[in-house]
Design a protein around this ligand. Structure first.
Ligand code: MN
Length: 672
């Protein structure tokens, strides 16, 4: 409504000359004039009452006049001519005063009907003398002393759609419940970003230019906003007429709906593993739980931090999950950058989640929490996380209630259980390392987001190749990769390229570059990249082996094992690919190939040794726990799989540990 409209329309209206006074004085004298008018108006309003909710409005008795209070949410359609309302003067002008009856309905008191000065902010009682067809309201001040107060609630049918359905209500009034995600003051209205379980929408509330509307509302409040749905900058906006903070049961009901909707959305799809494998079948229920937690985190915008072993199996598993999460984030989140702050994948240089990694992840998370209000993250460990060495980091994560999920195929320690939400590990269901982390995580990625299956179907074969899997599942996964157009040479080259590049990535995630090597996104570099990286890797292996092999000391053990040891620190190039672990593996493979018999190879450094076994039934984690007891003062530690592992010890007792280890191998039976 504009000022000139008000002035024009009000000119010559006879009602403005009436200043009415009800109540204590001169009742008899007023009867003919105001009393009659009032009675007839009441009759009219009683008729109109039929379609009013609650039937309160207008149910006044003849003897006591009623002062109506128009609630927020009511519109001009809820106002009745002839009735008296409580109002507040919000502006005085030359030709009268504007009085608001609630946050959205106001009218003009023409100066001709003002007998006592009206001041801005003053509470007044006004009779509605006219409601024009265009919605302009004309008011007359009323002075009454004895009256009943009644509240008018909105009778206009207002739909309460979810945010995603607002498009169906364009141009009409809605009442939307949502959580206030963000409040922004413009030079005009205040903008409230609301979210419910289906989406977000902006509600614009105008108090005065640049003035904060509804200052009592804060971010995080659950509110009901009533207003018109209008297009704005190519989007829909609610032009708020009222914004009320919900409390108690109303707020609790909203939270409950949010929670239920989240659980439903987080439910993973009904799938079966890509290959027929008992171990994967057994792991599937717990894997679904991990998938559900990840999906839930995406939907509630909780950041996800993935830490994976810095080798091809770990990277493959991490990237499969990354593809699934990033595409899900894209589907769910409007912010095109959301994938960068809601998902973080990092390699762990150590084969466990060391305190250094945890400290880095935690300080980053706490910073984002303080600065941007992000919830603390969900932590997912891939291809590490199953052993006692992870526990110190878990204890700190626990102090912040950061949920930890583990997918690993290293021999697990039971002590880990109490620190993690889920622990997916083939050893826990009767399998072993041959079902690798990358295989399990590819299955996990499908459960998080089945849309990425086409991109990652060949990933398990690459991971299995890298970890030398001999599982039945490996053949099936290889078959899948073949069907996707990757020969077994291709699979081998990709796994080699990935291992080689991961050495140079050091502490970087290598997002995009790693995607190109693994060929999980469209790219033109893949073939050349893998060819060059794998060739360089081969050359690097040859260089290290040519130095190491001549240094190997070979010894026949009584049980028929060929025990080979060499100083991997002094007979290879330091800080060069391949490192001690892979170099020892390569030397071992060469000996096995040439000898075709039971072989154990030990590449030792000052305070560690890398062990590889073939044709003999050793259990490295088991041997480590025995050495911890038997070689006192050596601080023996380490881990690995049955025949692939690392033993750590104090430098001063290296020879004693190596000799004790050799005796353990000598006691072990040969494989049939
Ligand atoms: Mn692995």
């Amino acid at each position: 409504m504009t000022d000139s409209d008000d002035e024009g329309s009000s000119t010559g209206e006879p009602d403005y000359h009436l200043t009415e006074d009800f109540g204590s004085t001169g009742e008899a004298g007023e009867e003919d004039d105001s009393g009659t008018r009032s009675a007839s108006a009441r009759t009219a309003s009683t008729d109109a009452e039929i379609d009013r909710e609650g039937g309160e409005h207008g149910e006044s008795t003849e003897s006591t006049p009623v002062l109506y209070e128009l609630q927020d949410g009511c519109t001009v359609d809820d106002v009745e001519e002839g009735e008296v309302y409580r109002g507040t003067v919000n502006a005085t002008v030359e030709y009268g005063a504007f009085v608001s009856l609630n946050s959205s309905v106001s009218g003009l008191v023409h100066e001709s009907s003002i007998t006592e000065p009206m001041e801005v902010g003053e509470d007044v009682k006004v009779r509605v003398s006219d409601v024009k067809a265009d919605g302009d309201v004309e008011l007359v001040p009323v002075y009454m002393h004895d009256y009943d107060v009644e509240t008018v609630e909105s009778t206009v049918e207002v739909a309460s759609p979810e945010i995603e359905d607002l498009g169906e209500h364009e141009g009409s009034r809605v009442a939307v419940e949502g959580r206030v995600k963000k409040i922004r003051q413009t030079s005009g209205p205040t903008l409230f970003t609301l979210e419910d379980t289906t989406g977000t929408v902006e509600a614009a509330a105008f108090e005065a230019a640049g003035v904060r509307a509804y200052p009592e509302v804060t971010e995080g409040d659950v509110v009901e906003v009533t207003g018109e749905v209008e297009p704005h900058d190519g989007d829909l906006q609610i032009e708020a007429r009222s914004l009320v903070v919900l409390e108690g049961d109303d707020a609790a009901a909203f939270e409950e709906r949010v929670d239920e909707a989240l659980l439903e959305r987080a439910e993973p799809p009904e799938l079966q593993p890509l290959v027929d494998s008992t171990v994967l079948q057994e792991l599937y229920p717990e894997l679904r739980e991990v998938a559900q937690a990840i999906r839930r985190a995406v939907h509630e915008e909780r950041p996800i931090v993935v830490r994976h072993h810095a080798d091809a199996d770990g990277i493959g598993g991490g990237v499969a999950v990354e593809r699934a999460v990033l595409e899900l984030v894209d589907d769910v989140n409007d912010d095109p950058d959301a994938g960068y702050h809601l998902f973080n994948r990092m390699p762990s240089k150590a084969p466990f989640y060391e305190m250094e990694d945890l400290t880095r992840d935690l300080t980053g998370a706490l910073r984002d929490h303080e600065r941007h209000g992000h919830p603390l993250p969900l932590l997912l460990l891939i291809d590490n996380g199953s052993t006692e060495e992870d526990i110190p980091a878990y204890e700190i994560a626990d102090a912040y209630d950061i949920p930890v999920y583990v997918v690993d195929h290293h021999s697990p320690d039971e002590a880990v259980e109490e620190h993690v939400e889920a622990h997916v590990n083939p050893y826990r269901v009767g399998g072993d390392y041959a079902v690798t982390s990358g295989m399990i995580c590819t299955e996990l990625a499908r459960l998080v987001n089945p849309d990425v299956e086409d991109e990652i179907r060949h990933v398990p074969a690459v991971c299995g190749n890298a970890d030398r899997s001999e599982a039945d599942a490996m053949e099936d996964y290889l078959e899948l990769a073949l069907r996707e157009g990757y020969s077994s040479d291709d699979v081998e080259a990709i796994s080699k390229a990935l291992d080689y590049e991961s050495f140079h990535l050091k502490y970087n995630d290598g997002r995009h570059l790693v995607d190109h090597i693994l060929d999980v996104v469209d790219n033109t570099a893949h073939v050349d990249l893998v060819d060059r990286l794998s060739t360089q890797a081969d050359e690097a292996f040859e260089r290290q082996k040519s130095a190491a092999v001549p240094a190997v000391e070979r010894k026949e053990l009584d049980n028929g094992v060929l025990f080979c040891r060499f100083d991997v620190e002094n007979h290879t190039q330091k800080f060069t690919f391949p490192g001690p672990g892979k170099t020892t593996g390569a030397v071992h493979d060469e000996i096995v190939e040439e000898q075709d018999r039971a072989v154990v190879t030990v590449g030792y450094g000052p305070d560690f040794c890398v062990v590889r076994g073939h044709g003999v039934e050793i259990d490295i984690p088991e041997i480590i726990s025995e050495l911890q007891v038997e070689v006192k003062g050596a601080a023996v530690d380490g881990g690995g799989h049955l025949v692939v592992g690392t033993v750590k010890f104090v430098q001063g007792l290296r020879e004693r540990v190596l000799e004790a280890f050799e005796s353990k191998v000598e006691e072990a039976p040969l494989k049939k």
